[in-house]
Design a protein around this ligand. Structure first.
Ligand code: PEP
Length: 253
């Protein structure tokens, strides 16, 4: 079964509303006419509404970078799944390594967030990935397995084919060090085999696995040539329309 490539830009804590609108306007032009690649942008919360309005009529999807699992209440500083739906988000990134590293997210809180997102009909980009130390100690696979089991705990196969898993080796994020296509494929294959153990063959074939970690216009093609790499979650290179659109247009390169 052919999986639709999915390229998403994680803007992290970058861009004011004005800058976000400039970027997305340029991006709309730069990716117009691209077929058979799904594209999404994940601006900070403050720009979601304005970017959603700007994207009306475009095929670029809107993603948030995080959410909180409660519906509403006394949770100062948090954003609920419904609030994200209301401003036009179709996707939400959950469990990014920066959230795990700087904001204390655990597999358990990632799991709560995933459940809350799915309950509200948001599609999830679920991030997993090992640190350099894990890799050097030969713990990559057990760590990814633990993150997957923890993050997906209690979720049956219902709608799981719609989920996106982003494999993001922490040592490759924002460092300019990309995993080789072979290293990426090895872990992507492992993730898919784990999905097969947890769910059905149908889910396994459908689920898309993105690679993330210093993706550029120069390395995207060789990564996308791998059979289990179905797309990319792009940080730094998504902040400019020129580089992000080249990544989106990887088939033409
Ligand atoms: C990311 O933040 O998800 C990421 C992959 O960042 P970068 O592309 O800058 O390494």
């Amino acid at each position: 079964m052919a999986r639709l490539p999915f390229i998403a830009g994680n803007w992290k804590m970058n861009k004011t509303v004005g800058e976000a609108l400039d970027l997305v306007r340029e991006l709309k032009g730069a990716v117009s006419g691209v077929k058979e690649v799904e594209v999404a942008v994940a601006p900070p919360f403050t720009s979601l509404h304005a970017v959603h309005k700007e994207l009306e009529g475009s095929s670029i999807r809107l993603a948030a970078q995080n959410l909180y699992w409660e519906e509403k209440g006394a949770f100062t500083g948090e954003i609920s799944p419904l609030m994200l739906k209301e401003v036009g988000c179709q996707y939400v990134i959950i469990g990014h390594s920066e959230r795990r590293q700087f904001f204390g997210e655990s597999d358990e809180t990632v799991n709560r967030r995933i459940k809350a997102a799915l309950a509200q009909g948001l599609r999830v980009i679920f991030c997993v990935g090992e640190t350099l130390r894990d890799r050097e100690e030969g713990k990559t696979f057990p760590l990814i397995e633990k993150q997957m089991e923890g993050g997906l705990k209690g979720l049956d196969g219902q709608g799981m084919g719609e989920m996106v898993i982003a494999y993001e080796p922490v040592w490759a994020i924002g460092t300019g060090k990309t995993a080789t296509p072979e290293q990426a494929e090895e872990v992507h294959r492992f993730i898919r085999s784990k999905i097969q153990k947890l769910y059905s063959r149908e889910v396994t074939e459908k689920i898309r696995i993105q690679y993330g970690g210093s993706v550029t216009p120069e390395n995207i093609r060789s990564l996308m040539n791998q059979p289990d790499v179905d797309g990319a979650l792009v940080g730094g290179a998504s902040l400019k329309a020129e580089s992000f659109s080249k990544i989106v247009r990887f088939k033409e390169m």
